[in-house]
Write a protein that binds this ligand. Sequence first.
Ligand code: S3P
Length: 441
Amino acid sequence: MAKLIARPVAQLHGRVRAPGDKSISHRSLMFGALALGETKISGLLEGEDVLATAAALRALGAEVEHQGPGLWRVRGFGVGGGREPGNILDLGNSGTSARLLSGIMASHPFTSFMTGDASLRSRPMQRVIEPLSRMGARFYGREGGRMPLAIIGTDEMVPIEYRLPVASAQVKSAILLAGLNTAGETTVIEPEATRDHTERMLRHFGAEVRVAPAEGGGKRITVVGWPELRGRDIVVPGDPSSAAFIVVAAAIRPGSDVTVENVGVNPLRAGLYETLREMGANIAFENARELGGELVADLHVRGGGLKGVEVPAHRAPSMIDEYPILAMAAACAEGSTHMLGLAELRAKESDRLASVAAGLAANGVRHEMGADSLVVHGTGAAPAGGGLVKTHLDHRIAMSFLMLGLAAREPVSIDDGSPIDTSFPGFAGLINGLGGKVGPA
Ligand code: S3P
């Protein structure tokens, strides 16, 4: 385990580029594999999670080639054209790989196996097993549908109409991907809108995807089976969930002036930025433009005093990965920040509610954790710091508490920095380039 420490600094200054969006990177490779012809991708995130997807797609028969930094070429096998993997697919820490690929593998007439690290093996897969079983696939897993998982797929799936019991873009995507190799129309009803990269990108590759209002609220998303997907060029925007660590670090150090270039600001991903602005953060979206079908902007942050706010439960899907770093902003704000509707945080790379609460406790930050809520009491003064935080194989816990260390009175350590490479290779170097002090403990 690679212990890391972050020491207090006065301010951060400079311009950096956010790493490629993780959700869009996974999908670029997967949809390229499901298309015929060539897909060229630029700006791909070369983190461990996305590399796990690349390896799995190669095992399924796609040609996936690294051509240069962020530049990848995929030659796909086409919808339903994958081959049986010769071995167990090890998806490391990546829930997105596991959930989305299970939709692809379940709709092929072969048996495949997947596993992952201790974190991924503890995460719920029943949420994809249930709808994909209704479509005709069979699964064998551990208690509660946990991995390792055997998937007995079929190319005779039946289309379903499925109402999502949890707000999850991964479950929605798994069903839509299975729907590609299914006769007729497969429909997912989502009561609360989640990130829509799958819908947008599948259309770009040539699928028919219809979105309509659902009865009683939410959206009905329908994919028409057996489309002929064609290889496309994809430009991956920067990841708002990764930019979040840099933006918050600058926002909590008064006098900081940082620009993060090329950040995706799709409204279904931008809830953190709305919240930070409500807290009084000075964040300008500069040079807003469209890049590869997504809205991007350069985020210009100037550090200053933040105040506590109430973050409504309905905002959770648009900032689901950002609560750990929001909790750090809340720890530095004046007043209490109430975060509601957080049940899904318990099903992430770690139980993020528990991990955040334990880390706050270790660093002298007053807080209350509920079953699905967190209240952080800031005083407006720098938090004590000085704690050692357990990261539980969770990259976002690791990065969040390192950013707290830049703003606390005493340095903050984390027991293991290695999970950072799953989503943000080069994180410490980038932060230090802005004036941060993150290094081996
Ligand atoms: C993702 C969806 C979210 C998010 C994850 C990436 C995606 O997960 O937390 O980091 O790419 O679809 P859930 O669908 O489990 O909410």
